[in-house]
Design a binder for this molecule. Structure first.
Ligand SMILES: NC(=O)c1ccc[n+]([C@@H]2O[C@H](COP(=O)([O-])OP(=O)(O)OC[C@H]3O[C@@H](n4cnc5c(N)ncnc54)[C@H](OP(=O)(O)O)[C@@H]3O)[C@@H](O)[C@H]2O)c1
Length: 351
């Protein structure tokens, strides 16, 4: 699962005229189905002044895309039917009429989309350095996933050494990063994930101090035992629902909860079994949702720290790479339902 994808992006191919895209065919109910997406071929957009064309090499998948497809828990403006599916991507500039982005440069696009080619005006693009890490890593550990973990622990949870930290969706992109960063900070880490394979991975490969399966009938008892008498100082919540309900019950006084995501609600058609917030009250907990766009002042520190940790081996880059553009819907559905370890990426055919 720790793959180095190693693209050679230094030699941009000639600009194709047709691009492939996945567009939204129908609004999903519950977990999306492959039929909710449609693969279409459209012309590569014209190069207008101040824009450039990127040929995507890798597409990073994120649960928040589900919120854009519509549904009860969505707080984002829905992607219109027939429009390309929102996602981040990384690739190479294959044509440019933009002063700041030259032919052959490697870039990551916040809104590159499920498509082989994207046009950008530069506002949602950043240059990436493939000598620091391959493009895929700039979408995961050095991208939004790692940054959500870093900002959530530092700016939202106010992590301190020696604290006990619980991370939900611990085998995913954000969770794997959050646990490792907290471990590097000198904390004791308990990961929560679905199933034995993930629990073993979180403990044995990522080096968390304990890992628990939230699907186990003994989960609440296991959690209480793993936390011990001291309880949990920081809960980094990616999932909400019943998992959060259990963790709130084992928080220590004056604990902090960083609410990063609520994936258990993203596909829910009714109640996801929401948390009992009484412990928030009685334990005077600080609970705070956060969006990474509020913490951009941490970007330079984040890249500096993660680059060092990746290079010196104290941080493991965890990637789940699926080959082939046509597999985008299946990879997305797999991530939403737990098939992935670490950052889910779809690698497009080269050439
Ligand atoms: N606040 C921000 O700015 C920000 C930025 C980036 C991401 N996020 C949030 O961070 C969270 C993690 O994102 P990610 O990209 O790292 O995804 P991910 O964890 O790599 O993949 C999603 C995982 O969620 C778990 N899951 C799915 N349904 C669940 C349920 N009902 N209960 C418990 N776990 C469930 C699955 O793992 P299991 O097999 O373990 O269930 C699945 O592998 C998401 O909620 C996302 O929206 C927030």
């Amino acid at each position: 699962v720790c793959q180095q994808t190693g693209f050679d992006m230094s030699d941009p191919a000639q600009l194709e005229t047709v691009r492939r895209q996945f567009v939204l065919k129908s609004r999903p109910t519950g977990v999306p189905k492959p039929d909710d997406f449609e693969m279409v071929s459209t012309p590569v957009p014209d190069l207008e002044p101040g824009t450039f064309i990127v040929r995507n090499a890798v597409i990073g998948l994120a649960p928040a895309t589900r919120l854009r497809l519509g549904g009860e828990s969505s707080y984002m403006a829905p992607t219109p039917l027939g429009s390309v599916i929102y996602s981040q991507s990384a690739g190479v500039v294959v044509a440019s009429a933009h002063a700041g982005f030259a032919l052959g440069e490697n870039v990551a696009l916040m809104d590159g989309g499920w498509q082989t080619h994207a046009r950008s005006d530069g506002s949602n693009a950043r240059k990436i350095d493939p000598t620091v890490a391959p493009p895929s890593v700039w979408l995961g550990a050095l991208g939004v996933s790692g940054f959500a973990a870093y900002a959530g622990l530092k700016a939202v949870a106010g992590l301190r050494p020696s604290e006990t930290v619980v991370v939900s969706a611990a085998a995913g992109a954000v969770g794997a990063a959050a646990g490792q960063i907290a471990k590097i900070a000198g904390c004791r880490i308990i990961g929560i994930a679905g199933g034995g394979r993930k629990v073993d991975f979180v403990r044995a490969t990522l080096g968390f101090d304990a890992a628990l399966d939230y699907r186990s009938s003994t989960f609440r008892d296991d959690l209480r035992a793993a936390c011990g008498d001291g309880g949990v100082n920081v809960y980094f919540d990616n999932v909400g629902g019943r998992v959060t309900d259990a963790v709130l019950g084992v928080m220590s006084d004056f604990g902090r909860v960083a609410v990063c995501g609520q994936i258990s609600a993203y596909n829910a058609t009714g109640s996801a079994g929401g948390p009992d917030w009484m412990p928030v009250l009685t334990k005077r907990l600080t609970v705070r949702g956060f969006m990474i766009q509020d913490h951009q002042d941490l970007q330079d520190d984040f890249i500096r720290d993660l680059s060092v940790w990746i290079r010196n081996g104290s941080f493991k880059v965890v990637e789940d790479v699926i080959e082939g553009f046509e597999n985008l819907p299946a990879a997305f559905i797999g991530m939403l339902t737990g098939a992935n370890l670490g950052k889910t990426l779809v690698r497009l055919e080269e050439g």
